[in-house]
Ligand binder design. Structure first.
Ligand SMILES: Nc1ncnc2c1ncn2[C@@H]1O[C@H](COP(=O)(O)OP(=O)(O)OP(=O)(O)O)[C@@H](O)[C@H]1O
Length: 244
């Protein structure tokens, strides 16, 4: 479970977070929805302890990443906007390397590589070096790395960007599997269809603060609007930063 209370963060004079508060529960996929510049990536980086907050409380399964980032990170898989692939390594070599960094045993790594590459439908690129990989192929490798060590908490920053229809379905399967395993998943996205298809709960963030949290249906009911996209626009008070 991930608990955030009244978190603020400045970069110089820019206020990236201005009082974000929410709870993301186990066994749920929680969407983090907000216009460009709303503070989504900053929030994810604070959760994983890559940045320090100015104020507020953050607990990852009871651990404060600001106090003990290494302990918090052990239970987190973070798909960032920077994939950090090593072009000379094949996908298998790359995943093995990260499995070893996470303290997994070789046999467990190989079994898990088979599982995640099947889940994400990436058999065609397992033995290929990542040099020249397309955007969709790159994100799949990064996602496979994120899932490899079975973290209990998953932070996914726009995981569906650049994915084709088949890969988007593979991502949905992966999210469903994580939910069934009881993981806590937070997914920052601009794609409303992914929210409707894959998310149990939605956090709406605007200008650095949480403006609403609830199921897609409850957000529609609260605004009195049938479409989630229109409900989001009403909650945020602008129509920037969304795609159909
Ligand atoms: N390292 C930094 N230095 C200065 N300003 C920053 C830095 N990181 C983020 N910001 C600013 O903080 C605000 C929030 O940025 P953030 O990247 O968290 O937004 P976001 O919701 O992820 O946006 P997007 O949907 O465009 O990816 C923006 O105004 C951004 O310019």
């Amino acid at each position: 479970m991930i608990e955030v209370h009244d978190v603020t963060k400045h970069f110089g004079k820019v206020q990236a977070l201005a009082g974000a508060s929410f709870t993301a529960r186990d066994g749920q996929v929680t969407a983090l929805l907000g216009p460009n510049g709303a503070g989504k990536t900053t929030l994810l980086r604070l959760l994983v302890g890559l940045l320090g907050r100015d104020r507020g409380t953050i607990l990852i399964d009871g651990i404060d990443p600001g106090i003990d980032p290494l302990a918090a990170r052990r239970s987190i898989g973070f798909l960032t906007d920077q994939f950090g692939l090593y072009e000379r390594m094949s996908t298998r070599e790359y995943l093995r390397y990260f499995g070893e960094l996470n303290g997994m045993e070789r046999r467990a790594i190989d079994t898990r590589i088979d599982e995640v590459t099947a889940l994400l439908a990436m058999d065609d690129i397992v033995e290929r070096r990542s040099k020249g990989f397309s955007q969709g192929q790159r994100i799949k490798v990064a996602l496979a790395r994120t899932l490899l060590h079975r973290p209990r908490n998953l932070l996914l920053d726009e995981p569906s960007r650049g994915l084709d229809v088949m890969s988007t379905r593979a991502l949905r399967r992966a999210l469903a599997a994580l939910r069934a395993d009881g993981c806590c998943v937070i997914m920052a996205t601009h794609v409303m269809q992914e929210v409707t298809n894959s998310c149990d709960d939605v956090i709406v963030i605007a200008r650095g603060a949480t403006v609403a949290q609830g199921t897609p249906q409850s957000l529609c009911e609260r605004t009195g609007i049938a479409s989630l996209e229109d409900a989001f626009v009403k909650l945020v008070g602008t129509d920037e930063g969304i795609s159909a």
